[in-house]
Design a protein. Structure first.
Length: 458
């Protein structure tokens, strides 16, 4: 009898070794090795059948078969997928527990079933009645939707083959296991093996499969990075659990571009799409005419989004002044403060500075710099910034305003939302002739302030 080989596998990156190691030489994580028995080593050569279906061929001989996409009927989800679910593709949706992954996929299942598509929902974490309860809450009912509470991969595979659905949802990949590997569900080998087999099913039977994956505390997709490499599309589901909005972001897509985002709101009846997200973030702006508040046009993916930035500056009661930033990077704020002190002589050494992005959204792009700077300046000078002016621009260390991407989309979004003026970097070339919105170009931070004075009312 062949000897059963055992190996140690790093649960973080999938690195394999014959003996136990405290620290992984690949990803440098500590204590991540787990012993796994490799039963595949027991296979005799005669048992392994290799079918060569696609011999090498010339590029010119390859026939293009058109991708068939299935629309989810949820336009924000379709947009992130690049126009719908590609038939025969394997999609991973990753996100924190409780963010709404099961919810959106059950809603998607409901929508597909309305179009007479068959969906098999594998519920490996919750019982059938729990899924039914959620389905009732979401108003999902259809005889084309099959719920299968199962964790065993072999049984799952059998039912996929029997039912031949249009879409399979696996909730979640960390909860299913295959008997060909002896480690427990959720280990790197299990995830890799199950994912690999799902990929084969998807490709050989032309069935689209969406798998759910949990994210670890550090923000990685739990277990292995290998999962990301194997699938066709990786979609991240983000958002603050304490807030109602959620963002779907595509981080890898073999069938579309990766800069798209979809925005949703979580409510009592599940997730609803937010077609005009700027409205959501500007809801209360027109009523707030306070010093230290500006509107910037940020870009989520390729999508422009108007958000309000607020700054509060006041004399510090502490020995060292405090700098607190919510929704923007603190080091970015510190850099802007340094530029303001050095280039326009704003003395902030005895002042506490708080910067906040309204709505709980994270703005992680330098294009927000000028808006943040003007929020701080207007707060220090106790003036109100014109409600009708939006701002974009990155600030360089010498106080120069640098170009930003997607400028025309940003201008159009501001115009759409009824803004009369937009301050943009001089170096941004604008092709379009914008009617109904005045485009003010600035080169230096000081110029931005003096040009902005025109729009500052007392
Ligand atoms: P869920 O989809 O179960 O999250 P995940 O699968 O990512 O772990 O969603 C869980 C949260 O969403 C839970 O806290 C309750 C909330 N929720 C709503 O607010 N409204 C709803 O209609 C549903 C179904 C869930
Ligand atoms: Mg879930």
């Amino acid at each position: 009898m062949a000897k059963i080989k055992s190996k140690y596998v790093c649960q973080n990156c999938g690195y394999e070794t014959a003996g136990y190691l405290g620290k992984c030489p690949e990803c440098a994580s500590w204590g991540s090795f787990i012993e796994e028995t490799d039963s595949s080593s027991l296979k005799k050569e005669s048992e392994i059948s290799i079918i060569d279906t696609t011999p090498p061929m010339k590029l010119s001989e390859i026939e293009m078969n058109k991708e068939i996409r299935i629309s989810t009927n949820i336009s924000e989800f379709d947009r992130v997928l690049g126009g719908g679910i590609v038939q025969g593709s394997l999609i991973l949706i990753a996100g924190d527990p409780g963010i709404g992954k099961s919810t959106i996929l059950l809603q998607t299942s409901g929508e597909l079933c309305k179009e007479s598509k068959t969906v098999l929902y594998i519920s490996a974490e919750e019982s059938a009645s729990q899924v039914k309860l959620r389905a009732e809450r979401l108003g999902v009912k259809s005889d084309n939707l099959y719920i299968y509470p199962q964790t065993n991969f072999e049984l799952i595979k059998k039912h996929i083959e029997d039912l031949k659905p249009n879409l399979v949802i696996v909730d979640s990949i960390q909860a299913i296991y295959t008997t060909t590997i002896q480690s427990s569900a959720g280990s790197v080998s299990q995830i890799r093996e199950c994912c690999n087999s799902l990929m084969q099913i998807a490709k050989s039977q032309n069935i689209s499969i969406i798998v759910i994956g949990h994210v670890t505390k550090e923000g990685n997709i739990a277990g292995p990075k290998v999962l990301e490499h194997m699938v066709d599309t990786v979609i991240q589901f983000e958002g603050d659990k304490s807030k109602t909005y959620r963002i779907l972001r595509s981080i890898k897509n073999r069938f579309g571009n990766t800069s798209e985002v979809g925005i949703f709101e979580m409510g009592g009846n599940g997730l609803t799409e937010i077609i005009n997200p700027s409205d959501l973030f500007l809801k209360e702006y027109s009523q707030t005419q306070t010093p230290g508040s500006t509107i910037i046009v940020t870009s989520e993916g390729t999508r422009p989004l108007l958000v309000e930035i607020q700054a509060l500056v006041g004399t510090t009661p502490y020995p060292a002044p405090r700098r607190v930033a919510n929704g923007v990077d603190t080091s970015r704020v510190l850099q802007i403060l340094a530029v303001l002190e050095k280039r326009i002589g704003l003395n902030l050494s005895k002042q506490d500075v708080y910067v906040n992005v309204i709505g709980g959204i994270d703005v992680n792009e330098p294009a927000a710099d000028l808006g943040i700077a003007l929020a701080i300046v207007t707060c220090v000078r106790d003036v109100v910034f014109d409600l009708q002016t939006a701002i974009v621009g990155e600030i360089g260390l010498s106080g120069e305003i640098r170009a930003v991407n997607h400028i025309e989309k940003r201008i159009n979004e501001a115009k759409k939302l009824g803004f009369k003026r937009i301050i943009i970097p001089e170096s941004n070339e604008v092709q379009e002739n914008f009617e109904g919105i005045e485009v003010v170009k600035v080169r230096k931070i000081l110029e931005a302030i003096t040009r902005g004075v025109r729009s500052i009312k007392n």
